[in-house]
Ligand binder design. Sequence first.
Ligand code: 9MR
Length: 378
Amino acid sequence: MKLSRRQTLQLGFGAFLGAGCTQMSQLSNSAFGMPSKDFPIKGSLSLKQRAAAKGIIFGAAANQRDVVRDTEYAQVLAKDCGILVPENDLKWADLRPSPDQFDFQRGDWMAQFTKQHGLLLRGHTLAWHQSNPEWLKDITRQQAEQVLVKHIHTVVKHYAGRMHSWDVVNEAIDGAWSDRADKLQPTQWVKLLDKNYIEIAFRAAAAADPNAILVYNDTSVDYDVPEDNRTRAAILKLLESLKSRNVPIHALGIQGHLDAAEKRFNEKKFRDFLSEVAGMGLKILITELDVSDRSLPADIHVRDRAVADAIEQYLSVALDERAVSAVITWGISDRYTWLSRYPRPDKLPVRTLPYSDTMQRKLAWNAIARSFDAAPKR
Ligand code: 9MR
């Protein structure tokens, strides 16, 4: 069975990507090495400064448990980021130990950290099918809307005035496996409330914080492969339908979990997609950028170049679209990346983010910096 990229995101990279990528370990390094490209950068500005010079926000996701105990890491985040997103601290599983309880401790700590360092804060996520508490499985159709709305009202109100944006609905669409015409994933929310849960969630979030940017966030839209093509088409239909019913939605979040060995990035298709979204009056945020190096050879120089190259190629297209207002990486250092849970076949540490596990800047950092430097101003 061939797994979609979305499923590999959920299950791990055991059967990574299928066609086109299975032979990578047998390819010579030169297939990936770009010795002539050293990703040189000018000046000494941080990523947030380079982004801000173009009217863009740069930031990263991080977990409170790491920021609180790792000063070196916290300093890097504060220096390079203009916005932080708690990677897991605001998910239902973390916030809702029981139907009657809300545990804001870790989220509040992150809110305080961002305030102290003058960073924006971003919320992730209010309606998803993963990282939900066990008790949520037991709710009935009759209870579902009230449970969803109560969660969103309480959480969004709690952070109202402090939140730059919320991922209101995450990963509703699955272009790889959904049998439905609208390609919605058959998640618990869909089973309980059908597609209405999306509109309910956005309206509840807007009522609780009229100033936050409300985002629909999704993955696997990056490549010219059948499942991504279907996902992009389904997302456009969803956005159009929400807009036509005046649902308060302000932006599309594109996660951007890339794969350095995937060569099927189609500039034109991606550009056209961004431009259609922008044409609906929506902003676009790149919300979870990272690059898997799992199928690359062992050589660190080869890997770092290939990862940087994937980032630069992707961001150069994305940032050409002036509706793209933020770039957020899913972690900032290989010391803490979800991708290390899915080890490379050779068990070498993964190198997917701007900083190494020893907090050294890598070419991925340069690639992001260069993309901001080359971007048109908003
Ligand atoms: O990086 C996150 C990891 O630590 C969590 O265990 C996992 C499940 O909550 O979610 C990861 O983040 C995901 C994000 O919330 C949504 N898009 C895909 C991300 C990577 O799986």
